[in-house]
Design a protein around this ligand. Structure first.
Ligand SMILES: [Zn+2]
Length: 289
């Protein structure tokens, strides 16, 4: 904890010299988020009063397994120039690099137990220290906080500007999870599900094309043993129970941005940027070229 505390203290102090992330001219244009979330976003803006300077975003991504948090978090971190810190990656990295916690971790993972808050925070602190050493500021967290306790700890040491809660209609989510395939040779991730759901109750039709493997992987696809309908539904139920207090924690602080994914990346990405009041300059340049 002390490490995390020191770290965030230093991050905050170093903040004034780093450029602000790119936003449109006024946060008052933010129509899609509630006004309290606007205030939360505003806190990501200049803290020293000078225009164009301020610390980078400190955002967290919430959303159930399979919703695509990693994809959107990675894209946003790329756009904003902040590290995308996924706790799943931290655990995998610690295990594969035989770090100080790896033997303890592999025991926990092999027994199918939940990794404790302490270990996750330890790994996260280390990752943020590394980020600092590399001169990175700000972050987008993916997979943390997962519990109310983790959210409270995080809030105790730093200011989270915004918690983005990604949501997808449950039938699409289940189909997506059941369609996941892994190439046993190259490790590539694919999805064979073609989701096409008629709109009802005012919902527009939802179409998400499959992400098919290249020909050389086709015969080597495997399904993860825990991607069965029963396990997927159980996983969602467990997630929902655990995440509700976390969502409520950020909602009550005016920091929760609920975002219903309207479909796949082509539909969702521009709408997500709009909801965050961000511009994807790269996309525009490509479009204009
Ligand atoms: Zn392959």
């Amino acid at each position: 904890m002390a490490v995390l505390n020191r770290l965030f203290f230093r991050c905050t102090r170093a903040a004034a010299s780093t450029p602000a992330f790119c936003t449109k001219s006024s946060l008052n244009d933010l129509h899609t988020a509630p006004s309290s979330a606007t205030a939360a976003l505003s806190s990501a803006l200049p803290i020293d009063g000078s225009k164009g300077k301020g610390r980078n975003v400190q955002w967290v991504f919430l959303g159930c397994p399979g919703v695509g948090k990693g994809t959107y978090a990675a894209r946003l971190s790329n756009l904003l120039g902040v590290p995308h810190i996924a706790t799943g990656d931290l655990v995998r990295h610690e295990l594969s690099s035989h770090g100080p916690l790896s033997s303890q971790l592999s025991e926990i993972v092999n027994q199918g137990k939940l990794i404790s808050d302490e270990i996750i925070i330890d790994l996260l602190s280390k990752r943020l220290e590394d980020a600092r050493a590399k001169g990175e500021t700000g972050f987008i967290l993916d997979g943390f906080p997962r519990t109310l306790r983790q959210a409270e700890i995080l809030e105790g040491v730093t200011d989270i500007d915004l918690a983005i809660n990604l949501k997808l209609r449950e039938e699409a989510l289940i189909a997506k999870c059941l369609g996941r395939r892994l190439c046993s040779e190259c490790g590539g991730n694919y999805n064979v599900a073609c989701i096409d759901i008629e709109g009802e109750d005012g919902n527009p039709r939802m179409y998400m094309p499959p992400l098919l493997p290249p020909p050389q992987c086709e015969s080597k696809l495997i399904t993860r043993s825990d991607d069965t309908e029963e396990v997927v539904k159980k996983r969602l139920q467990v997630y929902n129970e655990m995440s509700q207090p976390v969502e409520e924690f950020y909602r009550s602080r005016g920091k929760l941005l609920e975002f219903d994914l309207p479909g796949g990346i082509p539909e969702s990405w521009p709408k997500l940027l709009q909801a965050l009041n961000l511009d994807d300059h790269e996309d525009k340049k490509t479009a204009a070229a």
